[in-house]
Design a protein. Structure first.
Length: 188
């Protein structure tokens, strides 16, 4: 197993096992020190998302497995955190539902594309969406420490609205890319 695959698998497994429990345990404690540690762990998970792709390209270790697992690991990370945020009343259920549905739709498109022997490549807008999601998640860990701050409220809503807009615009672009490839194959 090469380093990029290891980092992706680490993010994938950690997102489904330890991370949600750690967030659900630490955030209700309202302990600044533990919140800082949690933020560092979340930032590390975000860094692994950057590093797996960087090392794969730098050392010519790009693989089909990595191209499949990386977006799934991203989704597992974000979705597990959103579910915990709903549990902790940090995110409204309907918003989490819409964002999770978007992830399933894009994953379904990628799966359908794979079965038709083409790839829907990750778009720069999709990478920006994931980055904003990571920033939103890390920010929400620190939100309790900024209660009453208008700047914090502004930042929260800016990140949230950016995340929503990027999620749905990128989903539309992935849908258009899928339809375009299907038309090329005449299987639409």
């Amino acid at each position: 197993m090469n380093l990029p695959i290891f980092l992706t698998v680490f993010r994938f497994v950690g997102s489904l096992t330890l991370l949600p429990f750690f967030i659900a345990f630490v955030m209700p404690l309202s302990n600044l020190f533990l919140s800082k540690i949690l933020a560092l762990i979340l930032a590390f998970f975000g860094l692994t998302d950057f590093l797996d792709g960087y090392y794969a390209r730098k050392y010519n270790q790009v693989s089909i497995l990595g191209q499949v697992l990386d977006p799934l690991a991203d989704k597992c990370f974000v979705l597990s955190v959103f579910i915990v945020f709903v549990h902790l009343n940090l995110m409204h259920f309907y918003l989490a539902f819409l964002l999770i549905a978007r992830e399933f739709i894009v994953t379904g498109l990628r799966s359908a594309a794979s079965q038709q022997n083409f790839v829907i490549h990750v778009l720069p807008l999709g990478k920006l969406k994931v980055t904003v999601q990571y920033c939103y998640i890390v920010f929400m860990v620190f939100k309790p420490w900024a209660i009453g701050s208008m700047a914090a409220l502004f930042l929260e809503y800016t990140l949230l609205l950016s995340m929503i807009a990027l999620s749905f615009v990128s989903a539309a672009l992935y849908s258009f890319a899928f339809i375009k490839e299907q038309k090329k194959l005449k299987t639409y």
